[in-house]
Design a protein around this ligand. Structure first.
Ligand code: SF4
Length: 311
């Protein structure tokens, strides 16, 4: 059913400005030792203080009212179900001809992951919604697949040594799925998204963004996740970057977002620009002269760390 929404802006911003926290040598050394993942980079780009509170010192983010299963646990369950669904087909050609087999595998995975759980209405709805959404996803995903693709890796942990900030740092991540397309001789890095519907890789971003400038990155870049995955997969498996595509699968909307909007010669410069952006962000994180401070306070009221920050 169509839902009508009304947004009434109310400014409840407190007068207390966010803090400015110096980067001590021990903090910088802890950052280097720990290494960098897409989620830490994205948190820092959103706000260095958000990164400091939630990632570095590990304070709890603001929780919703629900005492039931939280959003992170729901995401974990969905990822486990998808892993188990596709595992039997890893390494073999997948086409739409085996849709029924994949759906059967999905039903088995749902069965095994949803047997235990809270006996509540909220959980009941989650279970039924998950089943409906995942079945819809499998059907849409295989609908036009006449040419086979091969599932090469599932939930693959990858890492590389990456030069940034005048040193070598570890860049790592766990990739949901990597397919190989024998027809095009290309790999496709896939990430499943269970929440949010904001476009992560808008077209034209390279023209708008100065990837050498952290503030320009803060203004325009939504996520470094796919470019990090492409880089670490390329380095860890010795695959040229130009042979790698990437896409997000938005399970909520049952749609996909491609990292490269079309097969063009600008694709090489797009991934190179994002890679430079990764370097800029890490260099800023490791810079002792750049304290943990907000880039701006426009989104503070929506921030999950605001109760930690504007105390
Ligand atoms: S409340 Fe504002 S300044 Fe504080 S962490 Fe969030 S976005 Fe940054």
């Amino acid at each position: 059913m169509p839902v009508q929404k009304t947004i009434v802006p109310v400014n409840l911003r407190r007068d207390i400005p966010p803090p400015v926290i110096e980067k001590t040598p021990s903090v910088i050394s802890a950052l280097s030792v720990r290494g960098f993942s897409p989620s830490t980079l994205d948190a820092y780009v959103t706000c260095p203080l958000l990164f400091y509170f939630t990632r570095l010192i590990g304070l709890e983010e603001r929780q919703g009212f629900s005492t039931d299963i939280d959003a992170a646990s729901r995401g974990d369950i969905i990822h486990r179900v998808l892993f188990d669904t596709f595992l039997p087909f890893a390494g073999m050609p997948v086409t739409r001809q085996i849709e029924d087999d994949v759906l059967e595998s999905l039903d088995r995975a749902l069965q095994s992951h949803f047997t235990a759980g809270p006996n509540s209405g909220e959980y009941y709805l989650f279970r039924n919604m998950a089943r409906f959404k995942l079945r819809s996803f499998v059907k849409a995903h295989l609908k036009d697949r006449d040419e086979p693709f091969i599932i090469k890796y599932l939930e693959e942990r990858l890492a590389m040594q990456f030069p940034a900030g005048g040193t070598m740092v570890t860049l790592s991540g766990k990739v949901d799925r990597i397919d190989f397309d024998p027809a095009g001789e290309r790999y496709v890095v896939i990430d499943y998204k269970t929440g949010g519907d904001r476009k992560q890789y808008p077209s034209g971003i390279a023209g708008k963004t100065n990837f050498l400038d952290i503030r320009s990155i803060h203004e325009h870049v939504v996520s470094f996740q796919l470019p990090v995955y492409m880089n670490i997969f390329s380095a860890a498996r010795n695959i040229p970057l130009e042979n790698i595509d990437a896409r997000l699968i938005m399970l909520g909307k049952n749609s996909e977002e491609l990292f490269f909007k079309a097969r063009q010669n600008k694709n090489g410069s797009l991934i190179a620009a994002y890679t430079e952006g990764i370097r800029t962000v890490i260099a800023h994180m490791l810079d002792p002269d750049e304290p943990f401070a907000a880039f701006d306070t426009r989104k503070c009221m929506e921030c999950r760390a605001r109760d930690l920050c504007h105390m």
